[in-house]
Design a protein around this ligand. Structure first.
Ligand code: NAD
Length: 247
């Protein structure tokens, strides 16, 4: 199966590091002009150097997905630069936690504002562009936490469960314009977000035993799903959540 994304234009939020950076690099490798957004300039500079070394097309912009004004400005700039926006990957996220009894309101708000409101604001900004094109793909990062309750994850898990339902509702609103909206649900992918490297070997082994495939996921596992969902092969898939979690 040939995943032909050549010539498309994508935005990836939270692309400074982790899964988002890998998605940006992978899409660019597939011939997609890829615009990376993040809140950390030094991470965007690193990514910019990787794009330059590999001859990839694209740009990097500072953009906090919680900031409606900045989101709108950046989306206008991207449209002015490239004329279209085919793919939006709402990857930016945080996973701060704590048990409900003592959970700080600031922690709750950070999860909701970045994971959920950021997904809403970015989607809202690209919808008019995609409607005018009569096509588009919106891909939202959910998580296995949206389904499986884990101790101390109320804020993160609730935000990701809301992303799942947001995805279904938006898919229904945009179906008539040939715009698909899906979410993908990674399992445990070792990144800085989940402090994987700091887990004891015993804890790692216990977690590994809960996975059907008995291996950790990789950022590339997530990228493969993103490329498929962004491609024409997935044109009849919308409003769904697909696990990339090793079972
Ligand atoms: P990460 O922490 O390594 O990367 C997140 C990126 O988002 C960082 O570059 C950060 O600077 C950026 N970011 C944070 N706040 C932002 C904001 N307000 N605006 C724009 N950018 C912002 O995380 P990751 O592990 O690569 O996870 C990426 C996504 O995948 C997240 O949505 C996460 O919830 C989801 N996810 C990850 C895992 C996993 O195991 N790593 C599992 C399930 C879901």
């Amino acid at each position: 199966m040939n995943i032909d994304l050549n010539g498309k234009v994508a935005i990836v939020t939270g692309a400074g590091r982790g899964i988002g950076r890998q998605i940006a690099l992978k899409l660019a490798e597939e011939g997609v002009t890829t615009v990376a957004l993040d809140v950390r300039q030094e991470l965007l500079d690193e990514l910019g150097s990787q794009f330059a070394e590999r001859g990839h097309e694209g740009a990097q912009f500072i953009c906090d997905v919680r900031d409606a004004g900045r989101v709108s400005e950046v989306v206008k700039e991207i449209r002015a630069l490239y004329g279209r926006i085919d793919i939006l990957v709402n990857n930016a996220g945080v996973a701060s936690g704590g048990i409900v009894e003592t959970l700080g309101e600031d922690v709750w708000d950070a999860n909701m504002d970045i994971n959920l409101k950021g997904t809403f604001l970015m989607s809202q900004a690209v919808v008019p562009v995609m409607k005018a094109q009569g096509a588009g793909r919106i891909l939202n990062a959910a998580s296995f936490a949206a389904i499986v309750p884990s101790y101390g994850s109320a804020a993160y898990a609730s935000s990701k469960a809301a992303v799942k339902q947001f995805t279904r509702v938006l898919a229904g609103e945009l179906g008539p314009w040939n715009i698909t909206v899906n979410c993908y649900s990674p399992g445990m992918i070792p990144t800085e977000m989940n402090h994987f490297a700091e887990l004891s070997e015993e804890r790692q082994n216990r977690l590994l035993d809960t996975l059907t495939l008995r291996r950790w996921g990789s950022k590339d596992d997530v990228c493969s799903l993103i490329c498929f969902l962004a491609s024409d092969h997935a044109s009849y898939i919308t409003g769904t959540m697909i696990d990339v979690s090793g079972g």
